[in-house]
Structure formats: C-alpha cells, structure tokens
Design a binder for this molecule. Structure first.
Ligand code: 3PY
Ligand code: MG
Length: 262
C-alpha cells in the first residue's frame, strides 16, 4: 500500500483533489478517473453517511486516487471507523489548539505514534496483514484551521508530531476573521493564508485549502499550497451544466461566480 498523495506532500509537490458530497458510486468512479490525486468524502457537511462510505469506497480499489475522509468531528471513534473502512487519511474540522491536534494524531495512528485501536476490516481485505505494519507511514492526518483561535495557534498546531498537513476551511475562516463570507480577496484573509503557509513550510508539512472556485484553487497552488481541491461533485456538475446549456442556447460563457461553491 502506498499513499501517493501523502508521498507528493512529503516531496513538496502540488496535489489536486475534489470534494465528494453526493453518496453516488458512479459519480465518484468518474471523478476517480479524471486525473485528480485525491478525493475527500465529506461526512461533516456532505449528503452521505458512514454506510454510504462503506458502499462507495471499495469502488475506488485499483483507481489512482487517494481516498480521504473529512470526519464530522474530532472523535477517536469516528476517525478509527473511517480508516477501518479504507480511508487513507482524515481531514479533521475545527481544530483550534495543540491538545485538539494531538487528539487527532492519537486517533489516526497505532502505538507508539498514537492510540488507534486495531481492526482495519477493509484495508486488510485490500492489502493483507502487511497493512498493520505499514499503516502508520501511509495514513495522512490533516487538521483544519478555520477559526480565529486555530489561526492564532497555527504555528504550534503545525508543529505537533504526526500532523501531515493543515487544511483551510475558507468560509469558516472568514467568519472567524469577522469578514464577509467569501471575501477571499480581503487583506485579513490573504494575511491568514500567508501565516498558515508559513507555519506549514516551517514544519515541513502540507498546506491545503478547500478551493471554493477553480480561480481560488489556482491562486492557492500558485501561492505554494500543495493540497487543494478543484471543486466538488456538485460544483463540477453545476459548472458543466451551466456551460453546456449556455453554449447550446448561443449565450455567453458562464461567469466564475456561477461556477463557484459546493
Ligand atoms: C469551510 O469553508 O469552512 C469549509 O470547511 C469548506 O468545506
Ligand atoms: Mg468549515
């Protein structure tokens, strides 16, 4: 087993992914064949639950994408369960301080690195028992910075042993900064990006961000983020649909705003 996205982050190479909000095997398989590096299944806000995940993840076997899961909360139970069903990494929302970051690490890794309990049902079917010895090197533990407290503590959070990356939730971060949600050009938001990327570079871990629009994703990659989503299953559908309908009607190309969001 190899976590190809984690390997890219370790080599400081950019990886592009997508967010999965819909519980549909066929859409997910289509995205898995699109040249993206990773897919993140969203159990925090997406329209799916654990049973959907258990049904869909085996469809990615043999596909060249890394399956990640954003868990609903920083809970050892949840993190263990999604790893046991085949996630190769987790993205933990709303991590505010060092203790919370350490809690996420403890849930992701087997001793001595962490406290994960052993029972990897799907990974053992897929990789055999060698998974047990190799999991700690191939599971990615990513924490989200999306509050003011998280931003203020990002240097210390990024330094926690076992954290592989920090991922920005841009709209929650706007709320935390007290600026209009979606005002990504605001100086406070741009300063926050620089603070976070600096913390990641200092600690040699990946800096990631949810790309609310392809334009924001491109800006993030150009600024040195190595772990960026290009869109979601729904946003890709909406953008393609809007473009196809506009073209068929002989109308002007759709604007960036029409393509943005979830
Ligand atoms: C945010 O913008 O806060 C997110 O978590 C994106 O899903
Ligand atoms: Mg968020």
């Amino acid at each position: 087993m190899q976590n190809t996205s984690l390997n890219k982050w370790r080599e400081h190479q950019a990886s592009l992914g997508a967010w999965i909000n819909l519980p549909d095997l066929h859409i997910t398989e289509t995205l898995a064949r699109s040249g993206l590096d990773w897919l993140c299944f969203d159990l925090q806000h997406g329209l799916m639950d654990y049973h959907d995940l258990a049904r869909i993840l085996p469809g990615l076997n043999g596909q060249p994408v890394t399956p990640l899961v954003r868990v609903a909360a920083n809970s050892g139970d949840q993190i263990g369960k999604v790893l046991d069903v085949g996630a190769q990494g987790v993205i933990v929302p709303m991590v505010n301080n060092v203790d919370e970051a350490k809690k996420a690490v403890a849930a992701c890794f087997y001793p001595p690195k962490g406290l994960r309990s052993c029972g990897p049902m799907r990974p053992v079917m897929q990789y055999g028992f060698e998974y047990l010895a190799k999991a700690n090197d191939n599971v990615a533990c990513v924490v989200m910075i999306e509050t003011l407290e998280g931003l203020e503590n990002v240097e210390a959070i990024a330094a926690v042993e076992g954290i592989d990356g920090v991922f920005i939730g841009p709209v929650d971060l706007c709320y935390g900064l007290g600026i209009t949600p979606g005002d990504f050009g605001h100086a406070k938001f741009q300063d926050a990006l620089m603070t976070i990327i600096h913390a990641c570079k200092t600690n040699n871990i990946a800096a990631g961000m949810f790309g609310y629009s392809p334009e924001l994703a491109k800006q993030a990659i150009d600024s040195g983020f190595t772990f960026v989503s290009a869109g979601t299953d729904i946003s890709f559908f909406r953008a393609g649909m809007a473009q196809s309908i506009a073209t068929a009607k002989g109308e002007a190309p759709v604007t960036a705003t029409a393509k943005a969001g979830y």
